[in-house]
Design a protein around this ligand. Sequence first.
Ligand code: ADP
Ligand code: MG
Length: 340
Amino acid sequence: MDEIPVKVAVRIRPLLSKEILHNHQVCVRPVPNTQQIIIGKDRVFTFDHVFGKSSTQDDVYSSCIKPLLVSLIEGYNATVFAYGQTGSGKTYTIGGGHVASCAEEEKGIIPRAIQELFQAISENHNIDFTVKVSYIEVYKEDLRDLLELETNVKDIHIREDEKGNTVIVGAKECQVESADEVMSLLEAGSAVRHTSTTQMNERSSRSHAIFTMSILQQRDANNGATENGPIKSVQMISSKFHFVDLAGSERVTKTGNTGERFKESIQINSGLLALGNVISALADPKRKSAHVPYRDAKITRILKDSLGGNANTVMITCISPSTSDFDESLNSLKYSNRAK
Ligand code: ADP
Ligand code: MG
């Protein structure tokens, strides 16, 4: 398979009722029948996929994620990121919120991917599947296990094995047998995600959350027949899919953060900065010779074997359409533009 650069999708959410109430106007919109977005009067950006305010969860899943799930089952790693300022729709899009109480058509990416994976498993009787999930959070460059709260942050480490696979030593991996079982782990882990109130007076997610489904497939490979019957061997294929709800990309100054919270913002931004640098190094046509700076942050170290190489990556940049978020939206579009 050819190396595939990172695909970039941009999703503009609708104005929220509180924004309508405050008479905010729309300042970002898709250009009809193109993959372009116009912000303000005349700044135009082009992306691989563009979703406007009427786009559904199914639209996003079908065009951006379904192909990754298909290649996951073929043995390729996959990563999807949701990027954007707090309140732009990251958690809504990735689907890591209150999944249990969510209406079917409102369900985001993770629940849809879980359902499709188990559908594929039930249709492939000749393959023996083992599915494991983990759910961790990167907060101020510390790792926290969202599935096992008793685990001390100091006992979780990132390691690379002989084959170049990234392993998170000390993080709980739950073996699961059904979609329902995965959904309850997702629900439980999401409930403990680190949130705090900022001066923007919103519950804002200050951490990156990484939900991972790892699959191991055992297939009987028939290598032709001899006089004594067919030669049987077992083929093992392993692959994983990371679903990443990134920390809010907003600038420190806007939220008026100081002290401890200020330090927190700087560390969060350094993770996003490192990710941006990795993604643009991967998108560079001269990348074969270029250095990809994975080691600069925990988030990029964790995702190293699932970003670039044979892995498929989609970044979904979430955008608020409101005039009051113009600066942040422009910053997000610029950040995403580097990925191409
Ligand atoms: P973030 O995770 O980026 O902070 P959220 O996903 O929590 O943002 O979204 C903020 C609010 O906007 C939530 O109330 C969410 O339900 C709503 N929202 C986000 N995207 C959409 C969308 N595409 N359609 C309808 N409502 C949305
Ligand atoms: Mg969120």
